[in-house]
Design a protein around this ligand. Structure first.
Ligand SMILES: [Zn+2]
Length: 335
């Protein structure tokens, strides 16, 4: 077991190389039942001046379509596949518009800042229906703007979405710590809520979402959360992972994470590696080579067998890997 001696140096380099990724989980570490972790060592989860990672190099390589509301940066990834990126808030949420011939799917809906429906309307003339990769606030918050919502059929996940979020509970995500650019003009955080979400369509593992001439296969990948699914576009060889994988610190410690499920989902996606070339994740970077997926699986194995390099504070560890980190509690590793 190797422990990095200097927390400050590690965090500085991690922030520069990978960014801090997303706070995610729709809750702070404290809310997740782990008060010591974030309260005692916030730098592990959200380094100060996290915005120094910008601009992330990958975006130089992508075709930029435009910026909407001074908030949403849109990139065309393939014909009919757009990443809608929100770089100005710590979550760095990414939603994806995927066009078929009959309709378009909007995979996730950001954290509800700005008006995502007008962005989608500017990008496609097709009817747009929402597909939610999972129930966390920074994926579902803009869903209420759309007429049709699809989600995974999991009771815990659906119950969480049905709760919605109050204005008060969301204020923590628009503090100076979370923002490094102004909020969209005309968007008022004092009226920001997430209305209860009741999906119109529920899917389970193996279901096919048909957009007309283009399909998305539902692959159930729980672990990050109970209702987490990935979506496979087999023709374009794209895998949308939500938060099962994103190139930042993967959250293996909050209360709704089930580590055994996370590991099983890793193995499932490794098994299907010959079906996709690119991973389109929910945060930070929309275009990651699929070779990362077996390395994520290996990383969990390394951590749980006592290996890996990490920094630690108040029982929380941040393990460092090439292109991603893993946040996990020491007691989860040591048993
Ligand atoms: Zn999440």
């Amino acid at each position: 077991m190797k422990k990095i001696p200097s927390l400050e140096i590690l965090l500085a380099s991690a922030a520069l190389l990978y960014g801090c990724g997303s706070a995610e989980n729709g809750q702070t570490a404290a809310e997740a039942g782990d008060p010591d972790a974030a309260a005692g060592n916030p730098e592990l989860v959200q380094p100060s001046e996290w915005w120094q990672v910008h601009p992330r190099p990958v975006y130089e390589t992508l075709e930029k379509v435009g910026t909407y509301q001074d908030w949403f940066d849109v990139y065309r990834l393939t014909e009919g596949t757009y990443a809608i990126y929100e770089p100005n808030q710590f979550e760095e949420a990414i939603s994806y518009l995927v066009e078929g011939s009959d309709r378009a799917a909007l995979i996730d809906t950001g954290n509800g800042i700005g008006d995502l429906s007008t962005v989608a309307g500017a990008l496609t003339a097709l009817p747009v229906s929402v597909v939610l990769t999972h129930e966390h606030y920074d994926h579902v918050a803009g869903a209420w703007l759309f007429d049709h919502i699809t989600a995974y059929d999991n009771a815990a996940s659906l119950a969480r979405m049905a709760e919605g979020r109050s204005n008060e509970s969301l204020q923590q995500y628009v503090t100076d710590d979370y923002l490094w650019k102004p909020l969209p003009e005309g968007w008022d955080p004092s009226t920001w809520t997430i209305p209860p979400i009741y999906p119109h369509e529920l899917v389970t593992d193996g279901d096919i979402i048909d957009l007309g001439g283009r399909t998305l296969e539902v692959i159930y990948t729980p672990g990050h959360s109970p209702g987490s699914m990935s979506l496979l576009d087999p023709v374009h060889r794209l895998l949308f992972t939500g938060d099962h994988f994103f190139p930042g610190p993967l959250y293996a410690y909050p209360e709704d994470v089930v580590l055994e499920d996370y590991i099983a989902s890793n193995l499932l996606l490794v098994d299907r590696l010959d079906e996709y070339d690119w991973v389109l994740s929910g945060h930070n970077d929309p275009w990651v080579s699929s070779e990362v997926i077996p390395r994520v699986s290996q990383a969990f194995e390394t951590i749980l067998s006592g290996g890996g390099e990490y920094s630690e504070g108040d029982g929380l560890r941040r393990y460092r890997f090439d292109g991603f980190d893993v946040l996990i509690r020491a007691d989860m590793v040591e048993g």
